[in-house]
Ligand binder design. Structure first.
Ligand SMILES: [Fe+2]
Length: 274
């Protein structure tokens, strides 16, 4: 082998099926496709199992036409989807879910389902996206350890909090397929810690994902990756650095002063019942 071949990065084994100005459709594995929207919608994944067809996340309502177009390219209509699995409550992942309501079953971790049911706009980051505010019902409230059987795909539900309290990852162990949404991204890019999230929970979740025998990483944003374990290790290093930085930040703040407005509002609210 010559030097040039030895140092070349191996070509990612993912075939681009469609690449237009609005979205890219990429084959991640047999019967598994990634939809990458060229706007703010998060990635969606279509799994065409031998018994059931599932979507993992659905992007925004504004990107739904491209999701539909890509699905038709794969011989699948939205009405053929049996199950929509939402990785967490952020609107860029769930914005088009109402378009499946009453057709496919919609599933999410119980903490995400609760936020969606209560129409918690702060938790869903509704104001970050200019989207219609259409309510929808979550049919299946998932827990850690649930198994979703699509026939030739068995998706294990892993509760991986950190980015938010309600994040799940899905792992197909026999095929080494990891759907990690915003918990783990290619190259160890961090998804951020939002409202109900926790950097400590995030680090623990990343350790958990690093320990899986994953071969293909399918994330909520960005490209596909064939180095999930390496990606997780990089993300752990970055998260630890973030934890250290935020620790220094809190040290620099006067905690009492910082929390006083919150405590005062709690005291004010409690007075209403006196
Ligand atoms: Fe998110």
């Amino acid at each position: 082998m010559n030097d040039q071949l030895r140092t070349e990065r191996p070509k990612e084994p993912f075939e681009t099926v469609v690449n237009d100005e609005f979205y890219t459709l990429i084959r991640a594995a047999p019967s598994v496709h990634q939809f990458r929207f060229k706007s703010r919608g998060a990635n969606a994944y279509l799994i065409q199992g031998s018994r059931r067809t599932a979507l993992i996340d659905v992007g925004l309502a504004s990107t739904f036409p491209y999701l539909e177009a890509g699905m038709r390219h794969l011989g699948c209509a939205p009405a053929d989807v049996d199950l929509v699995i939402l990785s967490h409550e952020h609107l860029d992942h769930i914005g088009a879910a109402h378009l499946f309501n009453g057709k496919a079953l919609i599933a999410a971790h119980r903490l995400a389902a609760n936020k969606i049911a209560l129409r918690d706009d702060f938790a869903t980051l509704r104001k970050m996206f200019n989207e219609p505010n259409v309510p929808f019902e979550v049919d299946l409230w998932l827990e850690e350890g649930n198994l979703i059987d699509l026939g030739d795909f068995q998706l294990r539900v892993l509760h991986t909090p950190g980015h938010t309290s309600a994040c799940i990852s899905l792992f197909e162990q026999d095929k080494g397929l990891l759907f990690a949404a915003d918990t783990l991204m290619p190259g160890g890019v961090m998804g951020g810690i939002f409202g109900s999230g926790s950097i400590s929970d995030y680090i623990e979740s990343l350790h958990r994902l690093a320990g899986l025998n994953a071969k293909v990483l399918m994330s909520g944003h960005g490209r596909l990756s064939s180095t999930p374990i390496l990606d997780a290790q990089t993300a752990i290093e970055r998260s630890r650095a973030l934890l250290s930085d935020t620790g220094q930040l809190f040290d620099a703040l006067d905690a009492r002063e910082n929390f006083e407005p919150i405590m005062q509002s709690v005291r004010d609210l409690n007075k209403l019942d006196d």
